[in-house]
Design a protein around this ligand. Structure first.
Ligand code: FES
Length: 102
């Protein structure tokens, strides 16, 4: 299980939810009521699932694909630790993950 901390755009805490290994971050976020549209449902054609990952956690995730990086370039408010939530799968060895909704 991973304890996922969702932060609001201003960085204040919103919700903490537990999620099983293998779950997509997009699905976890939507189930937790986070405002991520995820319009293309993971086909990597929308970038409406953009989240900003805490830098320590970002370094522990498998790196984004080139395709994901290209699409992130088009996302609003992108940062060095931005990811597409549809491409982030929770790892069994990750106890916690903190993400901010942009
Ligand atoms: Fe469209 Fe992630 S849901 S890119």
């Amino acid at each position: 299980m991973t304890l996922v901390h969702f932060l609001r755009p201003d960085g204040s805490p919103d919700r903490d939810v537990e999620a099983a290994a293998g779950a997509r971050l997009l699905d976890v976020a939507q189930a937790a009521g986070q405002p991520l549209e995820g319009t293309c449902d993971g086909d990597m054609s929308c970038s409406t699932c953009h989240v900003i990952v805490a830098s320590d956690d970002f370094a522990r995730l498998p790196p984004p694909s080139e395709e994901e990086e290209d699409l992130l370039d088009l996302a609003h408010g992108v940062t060095r630790t931005s990811r597409l939530a549809c491409q982030v799968v929770l790892q069994g060895d990750m106890a916690e993950l903190t993400v901010r909704i942009p």
